[in-house]
Design a protein around this ligand. Sequence first.
Ligand SMILES: [Zn+2]
Length: 345
Amino acid sequence: MTALSPLCFPHETPPDSGEAIEVSPGVLWMRLPLPMALDHVNVFAFEDEGGWSIVDTGFDTRKARGIWQKLLDGPLSGAPIARVLVTHHHPDHIGLAGWFQAEHGAELLTTRTSWLTARMLTLDNQPEHVPEAIRFWDRAGMDSAEKARRMSERPFNFADMVAPLPLGYTRLQEGQRLAFGGRDWTVRMGNGHAPEHATLWAEEGDLVIAGDQMIASISPNIGVHATEPEADPLAEWLEACERLSGFARDEQLVLSGHKLPFTGLPARMTQLIKNHHTALERLMEHLALPRTAAQCFPVLFRRAIGPAEYGLALAEAVAHLNHLYQAGRISRALDDDGAWLWQAK
Ligand SMILES: [Zn+2]
């Protein structure tokens, strides 16, 4: 067995707001801020004869639109935005896609699930928390102070951070080939972090557009939500990562949705997969006694979870428990408060 090359970061300093770093000829890396614990999203632009192809967009906020305008007047000036490729439906990635379509005449390319999910969610405005969401929190054993805080606030609505998506898009699907940025690319589907998450692999072998499927220094959130409370996204994520590992090469520069571009993808895939398997084994030991999803935070995350991360942590804990449950390794029963108590068989 040969040792895998370690991860390398050819550009250790990210671009400043409104500026771009050329990571490969004609390929620009830019950042948009996010008002969350994870405070940025990476976006990329690929130069072509007909205009720029951009990958992902950031949230739709006034601040993000202002930064995009600075980019359009600066590093991206001289050519229109011809296409917007969106890796997956999360608001930090698709937030301004509709704005680029409506205001800039750009073509939107994304997967069918991403487009349908994002468009459905932008139309689903709720003034109050829906009963299904509250039941999901109860089932997961949400901390009572956290629940009370949420109940006192208006729920997050997808449309708060995502511009309206006009009718019409171009579908990206598994195995499809497309040309932009002076390269030919193959689309390969990721999964688990978001359903039908597009990744694009340059056939020349130099670049991979990874979205949030593969990230260098954080593990992509694998979460279960009230939309599909019995889902097992961890199984889908592991399947996708095992499959995509077969295309990973040390020399590829990986352009991820967050953190730094990196090389050493084969090693990173191995780590990402292994981290979840070891987390599952820690959970199995912890579940010698019955526990709620929220009571699994210490063994899953091994650090304190603050309010800013609570929702993602809860979603991730349920994902790991659902995975063990679907595999028949643990059982569950409701306690008096309506929370699932999970226990090793
Ligand atoms: Zn993201």
